[in-house]
Write a protein that binds this ligand. Structure first.
Ligand code: DAH
Length: 326
């Protein structure tokens, strides 16, 4: 029996040696190892074998098959190695697309807003995300009994520590740490215990603050008018509506005319004398304005995004739309 197998193998070796291409080799492979191949049909003898012969016969047949495969694989490798480089690599195939990611729309808008405001002389301050009640509330004229505390849905870290609910807290840190003139912008994350299609527990704000002698509401109006025109890239109709914030007096909200409708886009006002007093600035010598806005809201208007949650889902097909923007 093994004599027969040996001659099968030497016959196979000879035919394999003669092969000049992968195609030839595949034909030989199927002649010997295909469904009705010369080696495959040898396995049929197992069925007729006596029980005590089966084990030995099975071993011989497996050896036969493995040896045949080895011979074929070896030839296959040598055929590949003998190919010239030009045949191995098809230089006309398109390259692999390497995707390099893109900037997040919130970052794009932060960059754009800070770029515009920097032209008016605002410098960047970041402040702290974990704040205390003094900087987030009390110094901003929001004592613990003040109803405005309810509006803020605060995440408390412990008794006195909290996640800042607005970037207005950075105003306090800056005014305490430096003397007027102060002209800062404070982009950053803020946190509120609130979550639905139009609210997220974490979002971004930017605050502007300008303190100097003789600053008045006209300065505020001028800066915001220019800022809105620059951000939206065209003359935009705006209106100031009287409003209330504990840390500004008078206070206003700014609306813009967007696709024929008035939309509220930011809060602003003249810094309240109590706030100036809380940080040791004499309100007889200095005055200032402040404004605060939600970055996501500006990004939604700019890019026509309808659902706030899109910003936080990390859906690559959504994010890829912003490729190339700075
Ligand atoms: N801190 C306010 C908020 O989170 C926004 C704001 C309103 C900031 C008026 C200001 C301001 O500086 O003057 O809703």
């Amino acid at each position: 029996m093994s004599q027969h197998y040996n001659s099968l193998i030497s016959e196979l070796r000879k035919t394999v040696d003669d092969c000049e291409s992968q195609h030839d080799l595949m034909n030989v492979k199927s002649k010997y190892l295909g469904k009705k191949g010369l080696i495959t049909i040898e396995f049929e003898s197992l069925r007729a074998a006596q029980d005590d012969e089966k084990k030995e016969l099975g071993r011989l047949l497996n050896d036969l098959k493995n040896t045949a495969l080895e011979i074929i694989n070896e030839k296959q490798n040598s055929l590949i190695n003998n190919l010239s480089l030009d045949n191995k690599i098809d230089v006309t195939l398109p390259g692999k697309n390497i995707s390099i990611g893109s900037r997040h729309p919130v970052s794009i808008v932060i960059n754009e807003i800070t770029e515009i405001l920097s032209h008016y002389g605002f410098t960047q301050e970041t402040g702290l995300e974990i704040e205390d009640e003094f900087h987030n509330f009390e110094a901003l004229n929001i004592p613990s009994t003040h109803p405005a505390r309810d509006m803020h849905d605060t995440f408390y870290v412990d008794n006195n520590k909290l996640l800042r609910t607005h970037t207005s807290s950075v105003q306090i840190r800056s005014m305490k740490n430096s003397k007027p003139p102060i002209k800062i912008m404070t982009p950053g994350k803020v946190y509120r215990c609130d979550s639905d299609p139009t609210h997220s527990p974490m979002f971004h704000q930017i605050e502007g603050l300008h303190i100097d002698s003789n600053i008045n509401f006209c300065h505020l109006k001028g800066v915001l008018k220019d800022f809105i025109d620059e951000f939206f890239g065209r003359k935009t109709e705006i209106r100031f509506r009287p409003s209330y914030f504990p840390f500004t007096e008078p206070s206003a909200e700014l609306d813009i005319k967007f696709n024929g409708r008035w939309l509220e886009v930011l809060g602003c006002g003249m810094v309240h004398p109590n706030v100036l007093r809380n940080v040791g600035i004499n309100s007889k010598n200095y005055s200032g304005y402040a404004f605060g806005l939600g970055i996501e809201r500006f990004a939604m208007l700019k890019f026509g995004i309808k659902d706030l949650r899109m910003f936080y889902e990390n859906d690559l097909s959504f994010l890829a739309q912003f490729e190339g923007l700075k």
